[in-house]
Design a protein. Sequence first.
Length: 251
Amino acid sequence: MMAKNYPTVSEDYQKAIEKAKKKLRGLIAEKQCAPLMLRIAWHSAGTFDVQSKTGGPFGTMRHKDELAHGANNGLDIAVRLLEPIKEQFPTISYADFYQLAGVVAVEVTGGPEVPFHPGREDKPEPPQEGRLPDATKGCDHLRDVFVKQMGLTDQDIVALSGGHTLGRCHKERSGFEGAWTSNPLIFDNSYFKELLSGEKEGLLQLPSDKALLSDPVFRPLVAKYAADEDAFFVDYAVAHMKLSELGFADA
C-alpha cells in the first residue's frame, strides 16, 4: 500500500464534514439510496490510472461529460439528490463530498466504518471513458482494471465485489436486471454466500461475479468472506479506503 501524506484541513472544514455526514445519513435513510451513493463514490474513484496519474476521486462526476459515460447511466440521479446538501457546504470539495457519501452509505446499511480523510481537491477535467470494469468480462479484465490500472490488489477485488451486497442492476442502466441478495439495503456478507450457493430464481449473478469462483486466488477469498463476515468487513474497509484515496495524498 502506498504511503500517504494527508493534507491538514482547518477545524472549520472538519466540522463541515461532520455536519455533512449527518445530512447524508438523513438523505440516505429518507430516499433509501445507499446503493446509488456507493456507486457514485466508486465510479468517481475507479477511473484512476496509476501510470498517467489521471482520473480518480476528484469531483469530476458532476460534469455532464462524465455522467454521459455508459458505465455511469443513472448517476445523474445521485448528483441531483446530493446537490441540495452540497449547496449547504460550499467549502467542502465535490471530491470529498462524493467519497463521504460512499462511506456513509456503507455505515448506515450496517457495514464497516471506512476511515475517511478529507482534503481532496476538485479537478477541472473528467477522465476519458472506458476505465471502469465491464460486468460481462472475467478475471483477466478485473485484474487489468483493478491491479494494473488502479494499483489495487487481488484481495481488494474480491472485497470490493462484496459491495454488490447493496443495490440492484437496472435494465435501462446496465442492461442487467435484479439484485444480488434478498436484502439489497443491508450491507453484510450475503453476496458471497449467494455466490457459493449457485444461481437462484430472482437473484442476479453477473459474469464478473461468477468469474471470482473460477480463479485460484479469488475463490478462497470468496469462501473466507462467506464463512466470516468480520474478516470481510476488515478487508472491505481497507479496500474501500484505498479506492477512495486513489491518487490522493500520495507521499
